[in-house]
Design a protein around this ligand. Structure first.
Ligand SMILES: [Zn+2]
Length: 440
């Protein structure tokens, strides 16, 4: 009997990544101002480079994004079933550590914001650092900002302090009550040294949160098929790190919160045929979207949030009966890929023509582990417990199995260790007394 691992519940993963979010602060004006100041000091008189923002627009940008918006946004995602990753920059723009206080803002405002992040957004989104400041590199000895930039010089970060730097970012979140599942790269942080960067994130995750299966978000690939690369795999110890790759650009509202970057059609057109997402969904590849927090708020106009609502409406229409797609956190996508690729699956001895045992040995647990078996099964037991038969893909969930044609799909929560799956077949083709094939 051939066995293969499918997407979870035979559905294509969807996920929403939100970058540049921090408690209270609107990162964009701080980032643009600090970059202008840096330019003025080092290259006086030179114009800003593309991607450095427009200094003239800074005055019109709000310095903070209200907690009321964060709560409403998080509630909406919860109601809609949208899941993904939400950055919480731990030392945003160097204004203050979120486990201590932000200069110029009240402790109450910070606390309320962190409460919303944990309690409203956190249940559906991985909360990650986006390194320490998302602007200047912090000198860990002095706690002061250096002249280097996290996403400029540290595209190729120095190796020696890298793990410590990531540990510091994770530890601040932990002090604020958040054991992060991974990290987000500010811009191209770490990109030219990805293998070392992945190692440093993994070591930091182990050190701070004893997390052996973290993820990072670094790559956005809107012109090739997305995948989920795994690095530094130690199969016998259950250790690996996943790179979560986005398949689309930020067409919500951009990173500044004033650009006219939003357009739902770039994701998926009204007729559900065009845009970047339909072909990725047709290929059943992980469909990870990225937006920036200042663009969702858009100075109070909520342009990016409106684009998100429209894109969600169209994705719901694309998956009319709710059987083709599955919203997941980034960490859930990472864990699933690890289970898919790093579990040993073997067909045990063939007990009889009517019964077969499949054995799985894995150090990579995941919910909703889904297998396709090329046999028509009448009964399936996982570690002695019966899976419930269902008739339709709509009812297919963990703890059930479904026969379709001559295939059987089974789904269950894969635990670490050994799993035994006992499969009872329908009898094979038999010759009926009337002389023609009869499948019973
Ligand atoms: Zn960012």
């Amino acid at each position: 009997m051939n066995v293969s691992v499918c997407n979870p519940l035979c559905r294509t993963p969807l996920s929403l990544i939100v970058d540049d979010s921090c408690p209270v602060l609107n990162l964009a004006p701080y980032w643009i101002e600090q970059r202008q100041e840096w330019r003025h000091r080092h290259h006086p008189g030179s114009p800003p480079e593309a991607g450095e923002g427009d200094a003239a627009k800074v005055a019109s940008l709000p310095r903070a994004i209200p907690v009321e918006f964060a709560a409403r946004w998080g509630d909406w995602c919860g109601e809609q079933g949208v899941r993904g990753k939400f950055s919480l920059i731990p030392f945003p723009a160097g204004v203050g550590r979120i486990d201590q206080g932000l200069e110029g803002f009240s402790q109450t405002e910070l606390k309320n914001w962190l409460d919303v992040a944990r309690d409203v957004i956190g249940p559906n989104f991985d909360l990650t650092p986006e390194m320490l400041t998302h602007t200047h590199v912090v000198n860990l000895q002095t706690g002061k900002l250096s002249d280097e930039w996290e996403q400029v010089e540290w595209v190729q970060p120095p190796l020696e302090p890298l793990t410590e730097y990531i540990i510091e970012a994770m530890q601040i979140l932990k002090n604020a009550g958040i054991a992060c599942e991974g990290v987000t790269s500010p811009g191209a942080f770490g990109k030219r040294r990805e293998m070392d960067y992945a190692r440093a994130v993994l070591d930091a995750a182990l050190a701070v949160n004893a997390n052996a299966r973290p993820f990072y978000f670094l790559w956005l690939k809107d012109d090739e098929w997305p995948d989920v690369p795994l690095w530094h795999v130690e199969q016998e110890r259950g250790v690996a790190i996943a790179s979560i790759v986005s398949c689309a650009g930020d067409w919500f509202g951009g990173w500044t919160g004033y650009d006219e970057a939003g357009d739902p059609d770039l994701f998926i057109t009204e007729d559900l045929q065009g845009g970047r997402l339909p072909p990725v969904l047709e290929k059943e590849l992980p469909c990870v979207l990225v937006g920036h927090w200042p663009g969702f708020y858009f100075g109070g106009e909520e342009v990016g949030f409106d684009v998100l609502k429209e894109v969600k409406r169209r994705l719901d229409a694309f998956d009319g009966d709710g059987t083709r797609t599955l919203w997941m956190k980034n960490s859930e996508i990472g864990h699933y890929e690890m289970a898919r690729r790093l579990s040993d699956i073997s067909n045990g001895e063939n007990q009889s023509a009517a019964e077969e045992i499949i054995e799985i040995n894995s150090h990579f647990p995941t919910p909703r582990f889904t297998l396709s078996l090329d046999a028509k099964l009448r009964r399936v037991r996982v570690n002695g417990r019966d899976l419930r038969p269902v008739q339709s893909q709509r009812d297919f969930r963990s703890g059930t199995f479904r026969v379709q044609g001559r295939q059987t799909f089974i789904a269950f929560d894969l635990a670490a260790g050994r799993t035994e799956i006992k499969c009872e077949m329908h009898a094979h083709l038999t010759i009926s007394p009337l002389g023609h094939d009869d499948i019973n």
